[in-house]
Unconditional design. Structure first.
Length: 202
């Protein structure tokens, strides 16, 4: 009987109490499918360790019901890099009046609690969430998901021989529904379609 393998990746000063999870057999996948899951995507000011979230989308699926969060996020003092703005189309003007992370943090924690967080290239989204979460200090609500799961890695395991495993490349090669690319809600909806494709045999 194969069990999921956990590898701790928790920074000492981070409020994100999560663990990485790899699924290596049909039994763990069935365990995942029987659990609450929450699809996550973030858009950010850039790719570096000083960058912050500017948009987040989450969709928790449990008992056939969906709970959503889609929100812009004020990155405070961190400017959007020209490259990031070019990719996602979000400008500083778009963020005027956007809520600060502390305003939506309770909802993020609520959707994540007791669920597996699924993201494409999950290492990036988790790092960005961790970086932004640290700004909240001691008052930050604890993030307590069951763990993180990388859909890109799952796609490599379950859909072999693809030229590329980027989300948009998989949309094309698998004829998945088209949604707005490089925006948080659109990417979450695409991720959900990819998830349905990966898990349809279970």
């Amino acid at each position: 009987m194969t069990k999921p393998k956990y590898a701790s990746a928790q920074p000492d000063d981070c409020h994100c109490y999560t663990a990485w999870v790899r699924y290596e057999s049909k039994l763990p996948m069935q365990q995942l499918l029987a659990s609450p899951i929450c699809f996550v995507d973030t858009e950010t000011t850039g790719l570096g360790h000083g960058d912050r979230i500017i948009e987040i989308a989450m969709c928790r699926v449990e008992g056939g019901q969906e709970q959503w969060l889609v929100s812009m996020v004020d990155p405070m003092w961190v400017p959007i890099s020209p490259k990031a703005s070019e990719i996602c189309g979000i400008t500083a003007t778009d963020l005027d009046g956007a809520p600060m992370l502390e305003e939506i943090a309770p909802r993020i924690a609520e959707l994540a609690a007791g669920a597996y967080l699924i993201a494409h290239n999950a290492a990036f989204d988790r790092r960005m969430l961790d970086q932004s979460w640290r700004d909240l200090g001691d008052e930050a609500p604890s993030l307590k998901p069951l763990g993180w799961v990388c859909s890109q890695q799952l796609a490599k395991e379950h859909i072999p021989a693809q030229k590329s495993y980027s989300l948009q490349s998989l949309v094309t090669s698998l004829c998945l529904p088209q949604h707005t690319a490089h925006r948080a809600e659109g990417d979450v909806r695409t991720l959900m379609a990819l998830w349905a494709h990966i898990t349809r045999g279970y």
